[in-house]
Design a protein around this ligand. Structure first.
Ligand code: F6R
Length: 605
């Protein structure tokens, strides 16, 4: 999804902006651009495709001394990925970068066209440029025209604006899309970014802007205002300077590194929460669950799969009613919301537009809300009454892996927590689950033998007319997740299905070119799942079975370890389907970390 960076100071602003955009690359984009303003002169560079095109284009441009600059990576929403549509958008006197969507841009554009302004791009962003220029004709100061401009915008935005007549200043505004200001308190340099990553190593403190906040920065100074134009005191938070965790550490892809990291981040996620005889969360009190008899789990994509898998655990362990929602469906379907429901938005980024909008709806209906999220200070965390962080660390691969793993662990612990405070579980059962939880880091260590086997096997799965990932019980959402991983990065068609449902339609597709990836754990519904696989085998589907028990009818077999409990099998098989998708995609020559058409953080609906 789109990314924003900005810089004001004495250093090489071109390099700082390009480095910042590089840090945002993993979010997905199809064009990029930068503008630098010095002494009333703009220098602008834009290009389609990957950042190296922009680097190449701006190679001969050198910045000397103080400058202000803004940069952007664009993921097309309004208008094709072309150079004209790439940001910054420009007018006679201002250049603008913007994330989000201006919902009333058609009306604004019509008015501005009538006033004689010309539009070059198909984007919604360009209206901001001309609106500011128009307002500047009548307002007493540029500050006032900026304030007037943003008050005319409806929708979501994070934006930066440079004005030719003010070469020492960057204007900013935030509504519904994330924007952070970073400051180096020693030098007075100011930085902007739409997420933490470009700021790490450059600044020691940051301001996470709130919706409705706007203002401008100059050297060593930040002027911040609220919606009503009242000056507000900036709230600084410290930012760690450690960049190491953001690098690949010798792995071929961030996705691979993140799969290998799962064992460690799961341990981090358990730390201090799995205690001697139960589960503790510093973030919540048992009273959060007073009067609650249903939990509504809501997410998108992989986070939706976490929700679906957790449903099995919540009902089985916590004995509480569960409903599971896609953010994009829930927000438009007039759901019946009563105060006995606890609303749990699940999100890696904490910025997913549909999950965020669903959370807002739940809040408006007066529901208690508890976020499960990986990014502290993200919009979803800030808006929820309470939040439990997943501690996965920065996830850079677009295909989510360690975030899913840690979400699953948090929700498993939460199911136990509810069971524990409601006395729905015996101490013996609880102890058993605590033991399983402590075993999960082991179950998710990538075994070299297993990885090697998957790497070799992957060459047989590069064609065919489709994949079915099948499983039963909690292995059905895992099958959905396996299929999503494969299609995201290999671009092969894949579907997840409940194994028992195949005979109700999809089995008609079975033939040797249809690949079935069957999840066959030994501790839950083994015989039932086995029969379903045999049904497919009898129709000549090519079958790869993932199981601890050998399966003689399988064409391919990936042997997992024997575990005492199906939850441990779940986590090991999770690693297997992630590796399988990754190895297939690598063999197909795809960019595993930045698959086509996808964005890491989906901040538009
Ligand atoms: C898939 C993937 C996406 C995200 C989805 C929600 O690998 O990463 O499906 O899970 O866009 O994102 P978050 O969890 O950030 O709300």
């Amino acid at each position: 999804m789109c990314g924003i960076v900005g810089y004001l100071g004495e250093k090489d602003s071109k390099q700082i902006l390009l480095d910042g955009l590089k840090e945002l690359e993993y979010r997905g984009y199809d064009s990029a651009g930068i503008t630098i303003l010095q002494n009333g002169n703009f220098s602008i560079y834009k290009s389609v495709g990957k950042l190296h095109n922009l680097i190449e284009k701006s190679r001969d441009f050198k910045v000397d001394g103080f400058s202000v600059g803004i940069g952007h990576t664009r993921w097309a929403t309004h208008g094709k990925p072309t150079e004209t549509n790439a940001h910054p958008h420009t007018g006679e006197m201002v250049h603008v970068v913007h994330n989000g969507i201006i919902e009333n841009y058609q009306e604004l554009k019509k008015e501005l066209l009538e006033k004689g302004y010309s539009f070059y791009s198909q984007t919604d962003t360009e209206v901001i440029v001309h609106l500011f220029e128009e307002n500047s004709k009548y307002c007493k100061s540029y500050l006032e025209s900026f304030q007037k401009t943003i008050s005319q915008l409806h929708g979501a935005y994070a934006l930066l604006l440079l004005n030719r007549d003010e070469s020492n200043r960057i204007y900013f505004a935030k509504e519904g899309s994330p924007l952070i200001i970073g400051t180096d308190t020693e030098t007075g340099e100011q930085f902007f970014a739409s997420s933490d990553a470009p700021l790490i190593g450059y600044v020691d403190s940051v301001i996470y802007l709130q919706d409705g906040e706007w203002g401008y920065v100059e050297q060593g100074k930040i002027y911040l205002y609220d919606k009503d134009g009242k000056e507000v005191e900036p709230k600084f938070s410290p930012l760690s300077k450690d960049r190491a965790s953001a690098q690949k550490d010798g792995y071929r892809y961030f996705m691979e590194k993140e799969i290998y990291e799962q064992s460690q981040v799961i341990s981090d996620t358990l730390m201090g929460r799995v205690v001697d005889s139960g589960i503790e969360f510093d973030e919540i009190e048992p009273s959060l669950f007073d009067g609650i008899d249903e939990v509504k789990l809501c997410g998108c994509g992989t986070s939706y799969h976490t929700a679906l898998a957790s449903m099995y655990l919540f009902e089985r362990i916590a004995k509480i009613r569960v409903s599971v929602e896609f953010g994009s469906e829930f927000r438009y379907r007039e759901p019946l919301l009563t105060k006995n429901i606890l609303f749990i938005p699940i999100s890696q980024s904490g910025e997913t537009a549909d999950t965020l909008a669903s959370l807002k709806m739940a809040k408006e209906a007066g529901l208690k809300t508890l976020a499960v999220c990986n990014v502290d200070n993200s919009s979803i965390v800030r808006l929820s009454d309470k939040a439990i962080l997943t501690r996965a660390g920065i996830e850079k691969g677009v295909a989510s892996t360690k975030a899913f793993a840690t979400q699953m662990v948090v929700l498993y612990m939460l199911a136990l927590y509810i069971a524990q405070i409601r006395n729905n579980i015996s101490q013996e059962e609880l102890d058993n689950h605590l033991h399983i939880l402590r075993e999960i880091p082991n179950a998710t260590i990538v075994q070299p033998r297993l990885h090697e086997k998957i790497k070799r096997l992957s060459k047989r799965y590069l064609h065919g007319h489709g994949f079915f990932f099948i499983g039963r019980d909690i292995f059905y959402p895992l099958a959905l997740e396996g299929a999503l991983k494969l299609k995201e990065i290999s671009y092969l068609h894949a579907e997840g299905y409940p194994a028992g449902e195949m005979k109700h339609g999809p089995i008609a597709l079975a033939d040797p070119e249809l690949f079935t990836i069957a999840l066959l754990p030994e501790n839950v519904l083994y015989e039932k799942t086995k029969s379903n696989i045999e049904e497919l085998g009898a129709r000549d589907s090519t079958i790869c079975v993932i199981s601890p028990k050998p399966f003689e009818l399988a064409d391919d077999f990936i042997q997992t370890s024997h575990h005492k409990h199906y939850i441990l099998e779940f986590f090991e098989m999770m690693v297997v389907v992630q590796l399988l998708s990754m190895e297939v995609a690598i063999r197909l020559g795809n960019d595993v970390d930045m698959p086509r058409n996808l964005a890491k953080s989906v901040t538009v609906e």
